[in-house]
Design a protein around this ligand. Structure first.
Ligand code: GAR
Length: 198
C-alpha cells in the first residue's frame, strides 16, 4: 500500500478533490494507494475538518513554534515519514501549503513531491497570481501541477489547465474559474503518476 500524505494551509478544496477522486476511482484497488494523512501548518485550516470526517489521520504542525525553517521542515519530515511503508515511500502532495520549503526537505522527497500552483508556470511564480495575470493583460490563465524542486514554483510540469480571462474579471472571479480546473487536473495528475510507480 502506497500512502499519500497531503499538506495544506487553508480551505483544502484541492485536498478534498483528491480524496474524493481516490475513493470514487478506487485508487486502492487500481494503484494500491490511498490518501492516509493530511498535515496542516495552521490549526485553523478548514480542510482539517473534511479530512477528519473522511477518516484520515490529521496532524497540525505550527511553523511558528519552530526557531527556523530547517527545524520546522525536519519536524514535518518526521511526521510524513511515519506514513512510509517499507519499500513504498509516501507520495507527498502540496495542496495550498503556503510554506517555502528548504532544499534539504525538497531533496529528501525528490520525485515524490508534487505541488499545484494557480498560474500557467513558468509565468507568475509566487503570490497574487490572478491579479498579476489581470495586470499583465493575459487573455488566458490557469493552473499547473509540477514536481517540486528547490526553486520556488519550478520543476517538471505534469499537467496544466487553461481558462479564459473574461471581461470584467476580478482576481476573485478568475481564481474561482481556475480553482475548478485545479480540482480536475490535480487528482488526474496524481493518478497518472501512481500508474507509473511500480
Ligand atoms: C489553490 O488555488 C492553490 O493552487 C494555491 O492555493 C489555493 C489553495 O486552495 N496554491 C498556491 O498558491 C501555492 N503557491 P485550497 O486550499 O482550497 O486547495
Amino acid at each position: 500500500m502506497k500512502n499519500i500524505v497531503i499538506l495544506i494551509s487553508g480551505g483544502g478544496s484541492n485536498m478534498a478533490a483528491i480524496v474524493k477522486a481516490s475513493q470514487r476511482d478506487a485508487w486502492h484497488d487500481k494503484f494500491g494507494a490511498r490518501v492516509a494523512a493530511v498535515i496542516s501548518n495552521k490549526a485553523s485550516a478548514a480542510g482539517l475538518v473534511f479530512a477528519a470526517e473522511h477518516g484520515l489521520a490529521t496532524e497540525v504542525l505550527d511553523h511558528k513554534a519552530f526557531d527556523s525553517r530547517e527545524a520546522f521542515d525536519a519536524a514535518l519530515a518526521n511526521v510524513i515519514d511515519r506514513f512510509d511503508v517499507p519499500g513504498q515511500p509516501a507520495l507527498v502532495v502540496l495542496a495550498g501549503f503556503m510554506r517555502i520549503l528548504t532544499p534539504g526537505f525538497v531533496n529528501r522527497y525528490q520525485g515524490r513531491l508534487l505541488n499545484i500552483h494557480p498560474s500557467l508556470l513558468p509565468a507568475f511564480p509566487g503570490l497574487h497570481t490572478h491579479q498579476r495575470a489581470l495586470d499583465a493583460g493575459c487573455q488566458v490563465a490557469g493552473a499547473t501541477v509540477h514536481q517540486v524542486t528547490a526553486e520556488l514554483d519550478h520543476g517538471p510540469i505534469l499537467a496544466q489547465a487553461v481558462v479564459p480571462v473574461l471581461p470584467g474579471d476580478s482576481a476573485d472571479t478568475l481564481a474561482v474559474r481556475v480553482l475548478t480546473q485545479e480540482h480536475r487536473i490535480y487528482p488526474q495528475a496524481i493518478a497518472d503518476l501512481l500508474r507509473k510507480i511500480p
